[in-house]
Design a protein around this ligand. Structure first.
Ligand code: CMC
Length: 428
């Protein structure tokens, strides 16, 4: 017999089904509760709400475990390219050689964006935030790809996914070129996904940029680490928008907007701003930590804490190790890395952070690698977005392929004024 939970309310008892995931997480299914009892559940900020069943990513926040489709993030980060990882995240299995070659071919052929799109870039002011450009341009490029709205089988979907992934990368590089007032650089057919991005970012018509293999690998790994993270703010947004049957481009553009904020993807930029500020002020790390703890300043230790991880974010460990390698390879000594390490050490010893289970998250060290590679600060969150696209696509697909899918539509508890009579303006 299947397990149930019982809820007593108003002298009545309600039986609720209990649902188990494959990793034994347990949930009480309340989908019929309102129909049976008139009650809804209230969970401001969704901290305790499972919004869907999903087979993509598993996180155990207490143990610091992250797996895509069952594979440990540590193994994927070590062995998998971003293209291979994206295929896994989106389609559920590691691609074989033929599948990977085909996916790479599609990424290559879809890397160009329609020439007319170039004029759209000209409409933005030079200092426009690249996240604004990215989101607007993803929607605009969707207008040139109406066929992508029809995604009815896997072959179709593979092509749609490659189009979105590839064009997002090209748009990101173009938005950087726009901000520099430099001519856009077309993708090269002989370069793979990540090397091609670096080429489009850093080549000039008169000066080709040859990406270094170790740097390509480091960036590829950052994107593997960002590829999915279950029901975070931007992914839930993509699912929400996709549930209304909005097309893939529109849904991904919405995900970009949700990612933009400093509490989500914007944290990688905020970390570097925080470290730069500490460096410029000459303030000792201990004093900054005291300020964060006092709460008066409303300062947070950016790059620390996570809604789900109450232990080390496994991505942060991998990025920290990569950070040391990349800086050594480039012969860079970045004083911000020293400050970051001091902050981490101080926080991990401090009762405030220990008792609240606050550890470094993925954003704490990723910015230092990107800075070393030459990615400008205002592009950091765009880099996160490029990495997260496979996860957004996979989640959008999961919503669209679910035969029982309904539009996402939470309820609320209304706490505003009760009914009152309209007062004409002359009497107000
Ligand atoms: N610095 C100082 N205090 C913090 C921090 C921090 N970074 N994070 C949480 N706290 C405190 C918070 O004020 C609260 O204190 P109290 O119990 O006294 O009220 C306590 O810790 C518990 O907070 P929480 O319930 O963990 O917060 P949350 O789950 O609502 O928020 C978070 C999670 C990631 C938004 C938050 O930890 C934060 O703002 N961190 C800094 C921004 C950041 O690094 N964001 C990137 C997240 S990882 C990548 C991504 O998802 O995009």
């Amino acid at each position: 017999m299947s397990e149930t939970a019982r809820l007593e309310y108003g002298g009545k008892s309600y039986t609720l089904p209990v649902v188990h995931g494959t990793e034994n997480e347990t949930a009480v299914d309340i989908s019929n509760l309102r129909a049976e009892s008139g009650l809804i559940t209230l969970d401001d900020g969704y901290g305790n709400t499972g919004s869907c069943l999903s087979a993509i990513t598993y996180i155990d926040g207490d143990k610091g475990i992250l797996r895509y489709r069952g594979y440990a993030i540590e193994e994927l980060a070590e062995q998998c390219s971003f293209a291979e990882c994206a295929h896994l995240v989106m389609f559920g299995e590691l691609p074989n050689r033929g599948q990977l070659d085909e996916f790479r071919r599609l990424l290559r052929v879809h890397s160009f964006i329609h020439e007319d799109m170039r004029h759209h870039f000209e409409g933005f002011p030079p200092n426009a935030p690249p996240m604004a450009i990215l989101s607007a341009m993803i929607n605009a490029v969707g207008c040139f790809q109406p066929e992508v709205t029809v995604v009815d089988d896997d072959a179709n979907f593979l092509e749609a996914a490659a189009r979105v992934m590839s064009k997002v990368r090209t748009i990101a590089a173009y938005s950087y070129k726009k901000s520099r007032g430099e001519p856009v650089i077309y993708p090269r057919a002989d370069l793979r996904y990540t090397a091609n991005f670096l080429h489009m970012m850093f080549s000039k018509p008169y000066e080709p940029f040859e990406p270094d293999n170790d740097i390509v690998r480091a960036l590829d790994q950052i994107w593997v680490l960002h590829a999915d993270h279950e029901q975070n703010c931007s992914t839930s947004t993509v699912r929400m928008v996709g549930s209304s049957q909005a097309n893939l481009f529109a849904s991904v553009a919405a995900g970009v907007c949700a990612l933009w904020g400093p509490l989500h993807g914007g944290a990688n930029q905020a970390v570097i701003e925080m470290l730069t500020q500490i460096q410029a002020s000459g303030e000792p790390v201990s004093k900054f930590i005291e300020r964060v703890k006092s709460k008066d300043s409303k300062s947070l230790l950016m790059g620390f804490g996570h809604r789900v991880y109450r232990n080390f974010d496994p991505r942060a460990k991998i990025i920290k190790a990569s950070c040391d390698k990349v800086l050594a390879k480039l012969g860079i000594h970045d004083p911000l890395l020293d400050i970051a390490k001091q902050l981490e050490e101080a926080a991990l010893r401090d009762e405030y952070f220990i008792s609240r289970k606050l550890y470094p998250n993925v954003d704490f060290y990723s910015g230092i690698i990107m800075r070393a590679i030459g990615i400008p600060l205002n592009m950091f969150t765009v880099m996160f977005a490029i990495g997260r696209v496979p996860g957004w696509i996979a989640n959008w697909r999961e919503v669209r392929l679910n035969p029982k899918a309904r539009i996402y539509r939470p309820r609320q508890i209304y706490v505003g004024p009760t009914a009152r009579e309209y007062v004409p303006i002359s009497r107000r």
